[in-house]
Write a protein of this length. Structure first.
Length: 438
């Protein structure tokens, strides 16, 4: 059996696990019902606390939506005094205010624990050097895997993002065993290592890759370019829940992730009705934080689509498993780890009176790191002579709004295709040299 970080928890029998989940859920519900905070008083007003006797009663609790984080910004969802917080993270979302999440010392300890589990599942050992190339700061990725590596007993290298040439040299010199970053950056690093003749100096065994959607084809490309038996593995998390470390893929059984269900209880529901779907069917992942102190969530609707995988893993772990994410309920785009909402692009675009109503958003995936482009029409033929000035102004506004560089292509009025039937299609993916707009 592969080495485990917490074997007594990771191999817990189902009946024992259910009892643990039930105790933790009851304790959480009782605490929230007694919480003298306006948000929680309203949230728990219709809950019969006495009816929550086991984890099977979780369906009696209300859902939580992402908008609730923004509506209560910044501290309205806390269940502890603000002076008990030791850290705050915020999501990289672009729609309105960021989603701010507070952590107690206990929450930070759980965060480190689940990230340590994830690294151990990937094959990490206390003797490893783990190169953390996720962004640090408000984004949860960098600090989450950093503290996880230290909790595992490994050496964490806080490289953060960017500067691939320098990072590769550092990985070679320090003897990195593990890599934690986005899949697109892992591919870029692998390509640069191959091109620069550094691959023979690298001995990285595994990559803990997340923060953006990626396919099996991307996995294959990453593993091929790294070579040497490198394992590209999926990690899942959300800042609203805790950050990375909610679920992790094992090299022995790729295609499904273990959900750390002693801390994060998973459900899969019909996105339209909110009712549980039969096991094995695709639906929306819903998560409840059983142990979060500062800012727990009840039945948080992640908007991510997946299904339960009933077949057990091959390493003895007994956590519930979910398939790799199949998409999102909504239309949010994730570009280089940043959440981009088409509606926000539209808002920023149409705030400029020089822009007409016809436009398209292109996610350009022809390169290792995806690019975001916007094609739009000028509002009036008289503006053609000022095209470059307007383009630069709109590009700055878009970049400020969505927090990622946006390329803008302004066309003459009336030149973009019109859709006369059905909903207008605004978002396109480009994987070949043929642009959706010519």
């Amino acid at each position: 059996m592969p080495s485990m970080f917490q074997p007594e928890i990771e191999t817990m029998e189902p009946a024992e696990k259910s009892a643990l989940q039930s105790r933790r859920l009851r304790r959480l519900v009782e605490r929230l019902a007694a919480c003298d905070v306006p948000y929680w008083r309203e949230k728990m007003a219709g809950v019969d606390v006495d009816a929550i006797r086991s984890i099977d009663d979780i369906c009696r609790l209300p859902f939580t939506e992402k908008d609730e984080f923004r509506e209560t910004y910044p501290y309205g969802m806390l269940t502890v005094p603000r002076d008990r917080l030791v850290r705050v993270h915020a999501s990289s979302g672009t729609s309105g205010k960021p989603t701010v999440v507070g952590y107690t010392a206990g929450d930070v300890a759980v965060f480190a624990e689940v990230c340590a589990r994830a690294l151990a599942i990937a094959g990490g050992r206390p003797s490893d050097v783990v190169h953390v190339a996720y962004g640090y700061g408000l984004f949860t990725g960098g600090l989450g895997l950093h503290y996880g590596a230290e909790r595992l007993g490994a050496t964490a290298v806080p490289a953060s993002g960017g500067n691939p040439g320098f990072q590769l040299g550092l990985m070679a010199d320090l003897g990195a065993d593990g890599l934690a970053c986005t899949p697109s950056f892992a591919l870029l690093l692998g390509e640069r290592a191959l091109e620069g003749g550094l691959r023979d100096r690298l001995s990285v065994r595994y990559g803990v890759l997340g923060a953006e959607p990626w396919s099996e084809g991307m996995r294959q490309r990453i593993e091929e370019v790294w070579g040497g038996g490198f394992q590209a593995l999926d990690i899942y998390g959300l800042s609203e829940v805790i950050g990375p470390g909610v679920a992790m893929e094992a090299p022995e059984a790729k295609g499904a992730l273990y959900v750390f269900d002693d801390h994060f209880y998973p459900e899969i529901v019909d996105p339209e009705t909110g009712e549980a779907v039969p096991d094995g069917e695709v639906g929306e992942l819903v998560l409840t934080t059983l142990t979060k102190e500062a800012q727990p969530v009840l039945r948080y609707r992640t908007r991510d689509l997946t299904r339960f995988v009933d077949e057990p893993g091959r390493d003895g772990r007994t956590f519930r498993r979910i398939a790799r994410l199949m998409g999102r309920v909504d239309d949010m785009l994730i570009i280089r780890g940043i959440n981009v909402y088409p509606r926000e692009v539209e808002t920023a675009l149409l705030e400029d009176e020089a822009i007409g109503g016809q436009y398209g958003i292109i996610v350009d995936r022809r390169t290792t790191l995806p690019e975001l482009r916007v094609v739009a029409e000028l509002a009036d033929p008289g503006l053609v002579a000022r095209r470059e000035e307007i383009r630069d102004r709109v590009a700055r506004a878009l970049t400020e709004r969505v927090r990622i560089r946006v390329q803008v292509d302004l066309r003459d009025p009336g030149t973009l295709p019109r859709q006369e039937v059905g909903k207008a299609r605004r978002v396109f993916e480009q994987t070949t040299d043929e642009s959706p707009f010519g």
